[in-house]
Design a protein around this ligand. Structure first.
Ligand SMILES: Cc1cc2nc3c(=O)[nH]c(=O)nc-3n(C[C@H](O)[C@H](O)[C@H](O)COP(=O)(O)O)c2cc1C
Length: 304
């Protein structure tokens, strides 16, 4: 079966991408597999200036998942463009830059810098920034704010496709998805982490220095599937699903509820070669489930 997927201006050789923040800048994973085998690589969230992130501890294990409060540590856009991107196989594999900023203007500036680079295939806009200037609202929790950021990025991204990454920490994810689509997004990715916390009764301390963090891994998969199912039925742009994917069957679940492609996050921590093995396993597992094309299988969930 042909594994390729076309996704709002991107041609992926297979539906498996790596999720932002869980695969470094890609280069760290070259000992574990061939980066060019992946459908796409989404790099660690980039900001205009380098960021050190939050104090330690900033990772805690949970039942079937993990909590993180990394705080978007990254080397900044300049260093990414000068030191990292040229070493990535961008001619063979689409590299998606994940953007993080604290107001729409800054999102726009970042988008312009990244979109000007030949090696950046598309932009993924993270609208779950907790420290926004405007009223302290998370961009991803307010349809009007989410639309504003999308517009700012679209205005300055040239011809590069824009994927907007949605937060599950909302009452109505469909309302946000529709607002972002109307503002010009080319595709959507979901879900980002769910807000959570972990505590230690013996020390009476939170397990994260930041107290709260983002929950990811298999624990969040049911939430992610629900979000992808609801959103993909409500919009006309393609949806990329993620949240707890840790097997080829999980990928089939996401595609069956409506995803065009998927991203793998926390599983990269459990097994650094996971995404590469997944690319190998997927055709066999798809065949064993009678899947003959992604297009006919996508959204084929029978809800009666
Ligand atoms: C340690 C860590 C760092 C992350 N950093 C980012 C980031 O920089 N930008 C972003 O959009 N999402 C970030 N995420 C969210 C993931 O990309 C993904 O949306 C989420 O973990 C759900 O997928 P998973 O359950 O497969 O991990 C991060 C997740 C983890 C675990």
């Amino acid at each position: 079966m042909d594994q390729s997927v076309s996704l709002a201006g991107l041609n992926l050789k297979n539906p498996v991408m790596t999720a932002s923040g869980t695969f470094g800048y890609g280069l760290e994973f070259t000992p574990y597999g061939d980066l060019t085998a992946l459908g796409g690589i989404v790099v660690k969230g980039l900001s205009l200036k380098p960021r050190e992130g939050n104090p330690m501890p900033r990772i805690a294990e949970t039942p079937s998942g993990m909590l993180n409060a990394i705080g978007l540590q990254n080397c900044g856009v300049e260093r990414f463009l000068s030191d990292k991107l040229p070493r990535l196989p961008w001619k063979e594999t689409p590299i998606l830059a994940n953007l993080y900023a604290c107001d729409p203007e800054e999102f726009g500036r970042l988008a312009e810098l990244l979109a000007a680079e030949e090696g950046v295939a598309a932009l993924e806009v993270n609208i779950s920034c907790p420290n926004v200037k405007e009223g302290g609202v998370l961009f991803g929790q307010d349809p009007a704010q989410a639309a504003k950021v999308t517009e700012a990025v679209k205005k300055r991204c040239g011809t590069k496709p824009v994927m907007v990454k949605l937060s599950p920490n909302v009452a109505d994810i469909v309302a946000i998805a529709r607002a972002v689509e109307a503002a010009g997004a080319d595709s959507l990715s979901l879900i980002n982490t769910l807000t959570g916390m972990a505590v230690d009764v013996r020390t009476r301390k939170p397990r994260l220095a930041n107290v709260v963090g983002g929950l990811s891994g298999p624990a969040v998969k049911p939430v992610a599937l629900r979000c992808v199912w609801q959103v993909s039925r409500a919009v006309n742009i393609p949806v990329v699903g993620m949240g707890g994917i840790s097997s080829a069957m999980d990928v089939l679940e996401f595609i069956m509820v409506g995803a065009h492609a998927v991203q793998v996050g926390t599983a990269n921590f459990t097994r650094p070669d996971f995404a590469f093995r997944l690319v190998e396993d997927l055709p066999k597992v798809a065949a064993s489930m009678g899947v003959t094309s992604w297009e006919s299988f996508r959204g084929s969930l029978d809800v009666g």
